[in-house]
Ligand binder design. Sequence first.
Ligand SMILES: NC(=O)c1ccc[n+]([C@@H]2O[C@H](COP(=O)([O-])OP(=O)(O)OC[C@H]3O[C@@H](n4cnc5c(N)ncnc54)[C@H](O)[C@@H]3O)[C@@H](O)[C@H]2O)c1
Length: 344
Amino acid sequence: MTTSRSSAPSFTVISGAQVQRALLGREKQIVDLVDSAYRLHSAGDSVNPPSYFLRFPDRPSSRIIALPASLGGQFGVDGIKWISSFPDNVARGIPRASAVLILNDPGTGYPFACVESSVVSAARTAAFATLAAEWLSPRLRPRRIGFFGAGFIARYVHTFLTAREWPIDEIGVHDVSAESAAGFRGYLERSGQTARVTVHDSAERLVRSADLVVFATVAGRPHLNDPSWFSHNPLVLHVSLRDLAPEILLTSANVVDDVEHCLKADTSPHLAEQLIGNRSFLTGTLAEVMAGRVPVPTGRPVVFSPFGLGVLDLAVGKFVYDEVVRSGEPHIVDDFFHELRRYG
Ligand SMILES: NC(=O)c1ccc[n+]([C@@H]2O[C@H](COP(=O)([O-])OP(=O)(O)OC[C@H]3O[C@@H](n4cnc5c(N)ncnc54)[C@H](O)[C@@H]3O)[C@@H](O)[C@H]2O)c1
């Protein structure tokens, strides 16, 4: 991020290995960082236009999303995340999602870093889910956790909850893929956690046996329709956004990250709005809960649906950049910006 008159702007490439080193063991701090970024966004010190979805007629299950954003406060950074979701990758033995994050200098507009961002994205998502879980269970932390969809994001959510010392007695796992469920179970065993782990073949049993249910599937449309499965009033982190039929949302309290973002792109809250023609089913945003303006409802399931904001990627990406520079190991690409004299 060099902008003085005498030196050319520099450009740094940050690999996934560097990202992982920068974030390792920093989960608590990342939750606090995401908390600050989200509060700045809610206070209006950000620009976060709608995400742009690139879809392909010949590859309907795949997409690439652009999330441009600008974040003020102590972050002072602009940029864009460009994240692909190709679910068939999993069968090829590589992760579904891949991403880069470009960080731009707000003074000159020059991009100053390209950060591998599948890990940044997973970390900011898990940090935000953990933040929501903390705020949406103000009295008693649910100790029986169910993971519905046992992939990359589920693993990160578990890591972040554990790092924030969430008390876990039981972990349920349900996945349409037995291989994913077994893989996740293996990760849990290796992680040294002590909760009892049960893999449920039945989706209903998973939901009914958990007081905190984390949805992290790749479902494109709702596949759970029966509100009675949620009659024990769990806290639901609906990270994958499209699992629950509108009928379930309409009998729940609904908290979102950002109303305009979340009620788009056929998310379950978007379908609920289309079904009843208004937004009266929304309880509020997480920011309103955090500011004490909206109490957490009781006597109903609480469903948190986070669309995922580009400002959070910027916050975590800038943290990673600063760490990599501090550690003295940035890969600066020489002469990346080369034609810098106006008249040659
Ligand atoms: N809201 C956000 O900010 C945000 C951020 C990142 C990822 N996500 C979403 O999280 C989801 C999970 O991402 P991931 O990287 O872990 O994907 P992944 O491919 O690693 O894992 C998804 C798992 O869900 C399972 N699955 C698919 N359909 C299912 C169903 N109907 N019931 C049970 N299991 C099912 C798959 O078998 C797979 O194991 C994606 O939908 C992604 O878009 C949301």
